[in-house]
Design a protein around this ligand. Structure first.
Ligand SMILES: [Zn+2]
Length: 337
């Protein structure tokens, strides 16, 4: 997992390599940026380079020594990853307690132990307080890499003790490339997926999964029908699609949010087309006739409001609001305009 396997982020990586070459490493780094752009991959590559005995010249891991091989197979004794067990679960105090019990232990092979903490923004107050104690007085061999997609959710006291490393969104062509490599997405799919994912490979890969792609096709089909989208049936249709998609309530909610984001994208496109009469800049460039049809039904202002309402509904659902109630309310509002 040398840096060469990370897509994009050239400046960030060059800076990390310089730190390794100069051996001027801090005790704690905070990797912050959008979801799914490669922060965790970069953190593992950084850890591997730190632990590799022959990285001093290049600033990168050799990829061949026993230590590098162990990092690649996920069992290097001086690299530990802490993360919430299930996506969307809290980074609980127990995890920080485990970290606190491991951090004083001396490295097994080199002179450093690296700890990667994923999704640290999910920490509750107790966990954050414990982590703060660790960050205040880390043993000299310890190096922590905190990873977050939501830097503003972290207490200032934690931020002030970490070197911030910011990750930006990836350019569309990088996302398209990753989609064809990792998901085998066809080029016409890759184009709309990358537009929706806004520079996040992780998000694009989630979108590329069968259920959501099929749900999008369903949604577009009903939007294209002569009477347009049946708003009365919308609520039922959306929850039906989500029920079919996920095993857990969390998965279904997440799926529903994605679906609403896609619906918002369609209304956003309709508003855009209403204003400048062109498919240029639209997310759904692959289906211009459908966008045109939805656009012709309402004014750009109404369509823009509809898009905003869909995103509002998604936010409420993400925050555990009652799904049926939210969808009924949304369907009524969409029918009202
Ligand atoms: Zn190595």
């Amino acid at each position: 997992m040398s840096f060469s396997r990370v897509a994009g982020h050239e400046t960030v990586i060059e800076n990390l390599r310089r730190l390794i070459r100069s051996d001027r490493l801090a005790h704690a780094y905070l990797f912050a940026g959008p979801d799914g752009v490669g922060k965790f991959l970069t953190a593992v590559a950084f850890a591997q380079a730190i632990l590799c005995p022959s990285s001093a010249k290049t600033g990168d891991a050799c990829g061949k020594c026993p230590g590098c091989v162990r990092v690649d197979s996920g069992n290097h004794s001086d690299l530990t990853v802490f993360q919430p067990e299930v996506e969307g679960r809290q980074f609980v105090a127990d995890l920080v307690e485990q970290l606190q019990s491991q951090i004083p232990l001396k490295p097994r092979s080199g002179n450093r132990r690296v700890f990667i903490l994923r999704d640290v923004h999910e920490m509750n107050a107790t966990a954050a307080n414990r982590l703060l104690k660790t960050l205040e007085e880390p043993p000299s061999h310890a190096l922590l890499i905190l990873v977050t997609s939501s830097v503003h959710a972290l207490p200032e006291t934690i931020l002030s003790r970490c070197r911030l490393v910011r990750f930006g969104a990836l350019p569309a062509e990088r996302v398209i490339q990753a989609l064809s490599e990792k998901a085998g997405a066809r080029s016409e799919d890759a184009a709309w997926l990358s537009r929706f994912a806004a520079g996040s490979v992780g998000q694009a890969l989630r979108l590329a999964e069968g259920p959501l792609r099929n749900a999008r096709a369903e949604m577009l089909k009903s939007a294209a029908s002569a009477h347009g989208m049946s708003h009365i049936a919308l609520s039922d249709a959306l929850s039906g699609l989500a029920d079919a998609a996920g095993k857990s309530a969390f998965e279904r909610r997440a799926f529903m949010c994605q679906l609403l984001a896609l619906l918002a994208g369609l209304y956003r496109d309709a508003a855009l087309m209403g204003m400048n009469g062109s498919i240029e800049g639209c997310l759904n460039q692959d289906v211009p006739d459908i966008v045109r049809g939805v656009s012709a039904r309402s004014s750009p202002e109404v369509n823009a409001n509809h898009a905003e309402r869909c995103l509002d509904a998604a936010r409420c659902i993400a925050q555990n609001a009652n799904v049926t109630m939210i969808l009924d309310g949304l369907a009524q509002d969409l029918a009202g305009g």
